[in-house]
Every structure is written in C-alpha cells, then in structure tokens.
Write a protein that binds this ligand. Structure first.
Ligand code: AMP
Length: 279
C-alpha cells in the first residue's frame, strides 16, 4: 500500500494508475463504518484510494479540532488489511499552503440543521471534498449515510458543478446495541455510551410510529420523547426532511422521509438518522 503526504506524489500515482478509481475520504480514527465504505470501493473500482485528513476548515472555533482523535498507524494497518491501494495523508500546509481565497458556497441547505449549529461547516467540507476529488479524479466516491446532510450537499455540488464523479452512499454501520459508529464515540464514557443509545432508540420509535400510520407530528413526538425524557442528553434538533433535498417536509407529506437527530451527550455532539415511511 502506498502512503503519500504530498499532492504531487498522489497525482503522479493517479496519472499512472490503470482502470477505474474509487475514493473514500475520511478524517481517520477509522472504524467499521469507514471500512464499509472501503469495501464498497473495493468492489466497484480497480484502484482504491483513501484520504485521511482532519480538515481544519470544517471545524468551528469552539469545536474539537485539537481534540479530534488521530490514530494514523492503526488506520494504515486497517486500510492495508482492507486491500486499499493508496492512502493520502497530507499535512495542513500541504492542503492549504495559504488561506484559500476562492470558496465554495454550499447554498441554503448548509444553513439548516447541522449548518445552523455549525456555521461554515459545510463550506469547509465542500472545499476539501472538491480539492481531493480534483487530485484523485475518481470514477466513484463513497460517502456514509451517517452524515446524510453532507452527502446531500456533495450530491448537489457534483450536480450543480457538473463534476465528473459518481457519488455512492453506504448505509450507517452500528454497534450491536444500535449506536451509530463514529470516531467521536471515543469521547464517551461507559455511562455516556449507554445514554447515547437514546438517539438510535428515538429514531427507531419514530420509524415505528411511521409504520403505525402516524402523522409527521406524531412521528416526531414519539421520537423526541426518548431524548427529552433523558436528563443526560441535550437535544439540538430532531426533524423529518426530504432525503434528497434536506428541505423540511410539509405536514401532509406521504412517502419516505428522513428522520434526523443531533444531541449532546455530555460534551460530545452526536448525529444519527433513519428513513421513515410516512402515511
Ligand atoms: P469521517 O471520518 O467522520 O469524516 O467520515 C468519513 C466517511 O465515513 C464519511 O463519508 C462518513 O459519512 C462515513 N462514516 C462515518 N461513520 C459511518 C458509519 N457509522 N456508517 C457509515 N458511514 C460512516
């Protein structure tokens, strides 16, 4: 497995690679969620390239950029075992030799939900996704449904800018108790980890209410109860959106909605989502 720190090394490798390329972008601290993306890439593409980069542009000033787990040696061992061809693990100076002047404007969806609590987050995400896509020029790029709003915005960017890449989404990987795998789960104490199960439980109760022909307010009420009844959790948002556009659903909507939740468990902010059949 090749490991590149420099853009020039990565680009030379890409230029001489044969057949199709698949890209998985990560911030490292890899877990089975990331490896599910790698497996899909391995099935689809001749050459699989994984990037590991904690992108400062997508963290707010009071967020966990410094604390974010960095486990490069363990990550490389996992990727080697997963049959990855090349890893791109650049430094900040390599990615941003100076403050970028030209920025991606992610549009109105980036001001809602995750973007409302984390202003500038999606602009930072799209900036780095764009850069790494330009370096790797993959046929396919793989993103997790875990970060559903990010996935929707990447799809919108690729469509609006006619970017020559096929975006593939991969279902959320969970632990046996239902907690969505996340690098940030490493911040949780054992008790917090138990409390964090309320997020997936809330979503499951929302899905259940949907099966029972619940209306949108009934679905949300069923789901919110799991979180508001737990004093150890602080709800940020829990709502139903259109899975493609991320716009809020009208009260009379029927079809598949995406129930999205974000909550703090102690100091740790977690997100999760599930599809709900409405009506
Ligand atoms: P991150 O390293 O958190 O930026 O995530 C890198 C990629 O892995 C993103 O496309 C995430 O959506 C995806 N990912 C993270 N956690 C999971 C999970 N539990 N299941 C599926 N995909 C995930």
């Amino acid at each position: 497995m090749h490991v590149f720190q420099k853009k020039s090394e990565l680009v030379s490798y890409v230029n001489q690679s044969k057949g199709s390329r698949g890209l998985v972008m990560t911030m490292g601290a890899l877990h089975q969620g990331h490896l599910a993306l790698v497996r899909e890439a391995r099935k689809a593409a001749d050459t699989v390239i994984v990037s590991i980069y904690v992108n400062p542009l997508q963290f707010g000033p009071n967020e966990d950029f410094d604390a974010y787990p960095r486990t490069l040696d363990a990550d490389l061992a996992l990727l080697e075992e997963a049959g990855v061809d090349a890893v791109f693990a650049p430094s900040d100076a390599e990615i941003y030799p100076r403050e970028p002047l030209v920025r991606i404007d992610p549009g109105p969806v980036a001001t809602m939900l995750e973007g409302k609590t984390r202003p500038g987050h999606f602009a930072g995400v799209l900036q780095v996704v764009n850069k790494v896509l330009n370096l790797v020029r993959p046929d396919y790029a793989f993103f997790g449904q875990k970060d559903a709003q990010q996935l929707a915005l990447i799809r919108t960017m690729v469509a609006d800018l006619d970017m020559p890449v096929e975006i593939h989404s991969v279902p959320i990987q969970r632990d046996t108790a239902g907690l969505a795998l996340s690098s940030r789960n490493s911040y949780l104490s054992e008790i917090e980890r138990t409390n964090a199960l309320a997020l997936s439980q809330a979503l499951k109760d929302g899905v259940e209410a949907g099966y029972e022909h619940g209306t949108i307010p009934e679905i949300i009420r069923a789901a919110v109860a799991d979180i508001s009844e737990n004093p150890k959790l602080k709800l940020d948002y829990l709502t139903l959106v259109d899975p493609q556009t991320f716009m809020p659903l009208q009260p009379d909507f029927k079809g598949i909605g995406l129930l999205v939740v974000a909550a703090w468990v102690g100091q740790t902010r977690l997100i999760d989502n599930m599809e709900v059949s409405i009506g």
